[in-house]
Design a protein around this ligand. Structure first.
Ligand code: 6LW
Length: 531
C-alpha cells in the first residue's frame, strides 16, 4: 500500500473521467467558458498527473462566443476502443452534445460529431460490438438517465431514449457511467447536486436496459454528512481497473476555506481505491467518506508534488496550462524575442473576451509574479496581474495612465461593486513587476520598479469563491496577466509557486487595506484616490 495526498489534480478540475490504456491513465475534466477546452492529464501512478493536451483546440470544436459564465463545456467522458480515444461532452451554449475522437491522445482531435439528444453528462460504453450512449434526460418532467445505442463515428442514435433509472431519490440524477463488469451492468450516477449534498450512487442489472437494482449501501460516496471534513461535495465519479486488477475511483470534491462554506479553488479531482464486497458491490473507504491523506495499492509509486508554473514566453506557442476567457482574438497576442506581446483593443478585464492569459490557482497558499515592459500605454489603458474568477469577480494590480501621470492601482470587482482600493503615482518607467500572494484570507498585491516589493493592497479571498457568485457557477480562481483599453505591452516572465501554509510575506507586514505610502524621492506626489 502507498500513501498519497488528495486532491490528486488540485485547482479547478471538475467532473473527472478516466480511462486506462496499458499502463497509462488519461483523465479529462470540464472547462466551461475557458479555451482551450477539456484538458487531458496523463499519469502512470494515478497520483502524479501531467497536463499533456486538450481535446478542443479550435473554434469549430469549441465555439464559446455565446458561452455565459460557467456555460460552455460541461462534464466530459473519455473512453478508448479499438485504437481510438473518444471524448463526449456538452456545449450547453452552442450545439449541445457532441464527441471528438483521435488515434493520438497527444495530437489533434477530430471535428465535432453532433448528437441529437438534449441532456448533459453524456457517457459511452463499448460493449460486445455495440456502443451505448447515456446522459441525463427529462421525461414527462421527471429527471432520469436515458440510454441509447449509437454510431460514434456519425453520432446517429439507433434507438429511442429509454430511461434506465431515476436514481435513488436524490435531486438531479446526473453524471451517469455504465460499465460491464463480470456478468453485470453497473450504472453509477451522481445525485443531490454538485454542492454540499452531493453523492454517488450505483445500481446494477443483467443487461444494459435494466431493470437496475440499487446498491444496498448507497450512496457509495458522499460528504453530505461528513461534518468538519476538509473535503466536501464529493461526487461525479468515474471508475477504472488498473493493470493489477485493483479498482480506483476519481471524483470531484471541494476544499472549503477554513471556518467557511466557501471555496475559491473550484471543484478539484480526488482519488480513492475501490474494493468489492462479497455481494459484488463497490466500497469506498470509510462508508464513502475520504480523506486528504490516503492509502492505496497504487499501480506505481507516487512522487512528491511541488506545484509551480513558469513561463519566459520564449516559445512561439502558449505553454500548456495557459487559458483564455472564451475564444482568443488571436491578433491580440504576438510572440516576440522579448516575450509575449499583448495588443489590447477597447475591451476591459470585465468584458466577456478580455485580453490576457490565466493559469488555474491550484493551492490556497501561492504566489505569482510577472514582469512587463511598456510599449504604449494610452490614457486609461491598463496592464498587470489578476486573480480572476469570471467577468464579475476579479482583482487586479495594474499600471495605468491618468492625464500625464502614470500610476499603479489595485481594483477589486465583486458582483456590481467595482472599487479602486489603491493608486500610487509613479515616475515615468519602462518596466515594472507585479506580485500576488494568496492565502485563505487575502490576495495581497505588490509591485516593484526597483529592488524591493511594495505592498499595494489586498482583496478578500472570500470575494472570489463559487458560493458567492450571483448565478450558479462551476469554476475556480485563476491567476494571470492582462492588458486592457488599448494597452500595448510585452510580458517577459511569469512564475507561480505554492507556498508553505505558514508562509509569511517576508519583510512586508500585512498592513490594513491601505497601500504603504511611498514617500520616496523616486516617486511623484502623494498617491491619489486613496480611500
Ligand atoms: C456537470 C453536472 C453538474 O455537467 O454540474 O451539478 C455540471 N452537476 O454533473 C458542470 O460541472
Amino acid at each position: 500500500m502507498q500513501q498519497y495526498k488528495n486532491p490528486v489534480i488540485p485547482g479547478y478540475n471538475p467532473d473527472p473521467s478516466i480511462v486506462r490504456v496499458g499502463e497509462d491513465f488519461y483523465l479529462v475534466t470540464s472547462s466551461f467558458e475557458f479555451f482551450p477546452g477539456v484538458p487531458i492529464y496523463h499519469s502512470k501512478n494515478l497520483v502524479n498527473w501531467e497536463l499533456i493536451n486538450h481535446c478542443l483546440t479550435d473554434e469549430q470544436q469549441l465555439p464559446l462566443a455565446k458561452a455565459r459564465n460557467s456555460g460552455g463545456i460541461f462534464a466530459p467522458t473519455i473512453r478508448y476502443h479499438d485504437g481510438l480515444f473518444y471524448m463526449i461532452t456538452t456545449n450547453v451554449d452552442n450545439g449541445g452534445n457532441f464527441l471528438v475522437y483521435t488515434d493520438d491522445v497527444r495530437g489533434k482531435w477530430s471535428a465535432p460529431v453532433w448528437i441529437k439528444h438534449k441532456g448533459i453528462d453524456p457517457s459511452l460504453l463499448f460493449d460486445q460490438g455495440k456502443v451505448y450512449f447515456c446522459s441525463t434526460s427529462l421525461q414527462d418532467g421527471k429527471a432520469g438517465i436515458a440510454l441509447y445505442e449509437m454510431n460514434p463515428q456519425t453520432g446517429q442514435l439507433f434507438t429511442q431514449p429509454q430511461i434506465i433509472t431515476y436514481g435513488s431519490g436524490g435531486k438531479y440524477p446526473e453524471a451517469p457511467h455504465l460499465y460491464h463488469i463480470g456478468d453485470k451492468y453497473y450504472l453509477m450516477i451522481a445525485e443531490g447536486g454538485t454542492e454540499y449534498g452531493h453523492m454517488e450512487t450505483i445500481f446494477r442489472a443483467d443487461n444494459p436496459y435494466g431493470p437496475f437494482k440499487a446498491c444496498p449501501h448507497n450512496p457509495i460516496l458522499s460528504h453530505r454528512s461528513a461534518m468538519g471534513s476538509p473535503i466536501q461535495a464529493t461526487g461525479h465519479a468515474d471508475i477504472v481497473e488498473d493493470q493489477n486488477g485493483n479498482w480506483w475511483m476519481v471524483f470531484l470534491g471541494i476544499r472549503p476555506l477554513e471556518h467557511a462554506m466557501l471555496h475559491n479553488l473550484g471543484r478539484e479531482t480526488f482519488l480513492a481505491p475501490v474494493t468489492w464486497n462479497s455481494e459484488g458491490w463497490p466500497v469506498i473507504e470509510d462508508a464513502g467518506v475520504i480523506k486528504l491523506d490516503m492509502n492505496g495499492p497504487l499501480p506505481q509509486p507516487a512522487l512528491p508534488v511541488a506545484l509551480s508554473f513558469e513561463d519566459d514566453f520564449s516559445s512561439v506557442v502558449l505553454k500548456q496550462g495557459w487559458y483564455q476567457v472564451r475564444n482568443p482574438v488571436t491578433h491580440r497576442y504576438q510572440h516576440s524575442d522579448m516575450g509575449l506581446i499583448l495588443i489590447a483593443g477597447d475591451e476591459t478585464i470585465s468584458d466577456k473576451n478580455p485580453t490576457g492569459i490565466l493559469i488555474r490557482q491550484q493551492a490556497f497558499n501561492i504566489s505569482a509574479q510577472t514582469e512587463l515592459s511598456i510599449i504604449d500605454l494610452p490614457e486609461s489603458a491598463k496592464v498587470g496581474l489578476t486573480a480572476y474568477y469570471n467577468t464579475d469577480y476579479h482583482y487586479e494590480a495594474y499600471l495605468t495612465r491618468c492625464e500625464d501621470k502614470i500610476a499603479v492601482c489595485l481594483d477589486l470587482t465583486v458582483h456590481s461593486i467595482q472599487a479602486q482600493v489603491a493608486c500610487v503615482l509613479l515616475s515615468p518607467l519602462k518596466t515594472i513587476s507585479f506580485k500576488v500572494v494568496a492565502d485563505q484570507r487575502y490576495y495581497t498585491f505588490y509591485f516593484r520598479t526597483e529592488q524591493d516589493w511594495i505592498q499595494l493592497g489586498k482583496g478578500s479571498t472570500a470575494g472570489l469563491c463559487t458560493e458567492g457568485t450571483q448565478t450558479m457557477t462551476f469554476t475556480g480562481t485563476f491567476l494571470g496577466i492582462f492588458a486592457a483599453q488599448k494597452a500595448l505591452v510585452c510580458f517577459t516572465s511569469f512564475q507561480a509557486k505554492q507556498l508553505p501554509t505558514d508562509y509569511h510575506i517576508a519583510g512586508l507586514p500585512l498592513t490594513e487595506n491601505k497601500p504603504k505610502l511611498i514617500q520616496d524621492e523616486n516617486y511623484a506626489d502623494a498617491p491619489v484616490n486613496l480611500p
